[in-house]
Design a protein around this ligand. Structure first.
Ligand SMILES: [Zn+2]
Ligand SMILES: [Zn+2]
Length: 159
């Protein structure tokens, strides 16, 4: 019987502060080995073009290793604004050597709570992510920041 591969293509590291200081690639590989993960993709956030150089040390670190687990250099893309694009292109992919990306919405893009608009906005961005040939995986459908609900007082608006 064929063994079903165990893959994780959404992992953050310490490099961009997306995960805590213990999350260096060696440590992540060690844990993956323990859990039987066979393929691993590193995906720290790429929210804006100015953050691109921060991904270079991650790539260098990956290239310096010879892991027994398939290890890939990726990024998690976010929209630059409501209806905006990703801080990414085929030229960037080529230049920085990203092997894949996961992408999706990371904001409500609303000031006043309106459930229909909230869902519409999320849905439009999900579709945009899925239609983007440079995005391998829709990262996490329906993403809401808790602070939106806290700061904007939305808790009381939820039916
Ligand atoms: Zn993430
Ligand atoms: Zn995310």
């Amino acid at each position: 019987m064929t063994t079903i591969p165990k893959c994780d293509f959404h992992i953050h590291t310490k490099y961009l502060g997306c995960a805590n200081g213990t999350m260096d690639i060696q440590a992540i590989l060690g844990e993956c080995r323990r859990l039987g993960v066979t393929q691993l993709g590193i995906t720290d956030h790429l929210n804006s073009f100015d953050k691109l150089p921060l991904h270079i040390p991650i790539k260098r670190n990956i290239e310096s290793l010879s892991p027994d687990i398939d290890l890939f250099f990726g990024a998690e893309l976010n929209f630059t604004g409501a209806g905006g694009g990703f801080a990414y292109s085929s030229e960037i992919k080529e230049q920085f050597g990203f092997q894949f990306t996961i992408g999706g919405i990371h904001d409500a893009y609303l000031d006043v709570y309106d459930l229909k608009r909230l869902v519409d906005i999320q849905h439009r961005h999900h579709l945009k992510s899925c239609c983007d040939p440079l995005v391998s995986v829709l990262v996490h459908p329906y993403w809401f920041r808790k602070t939106d609900f806290d700061k904007k007082g939305w808790h009381g608006s939820i039916p």
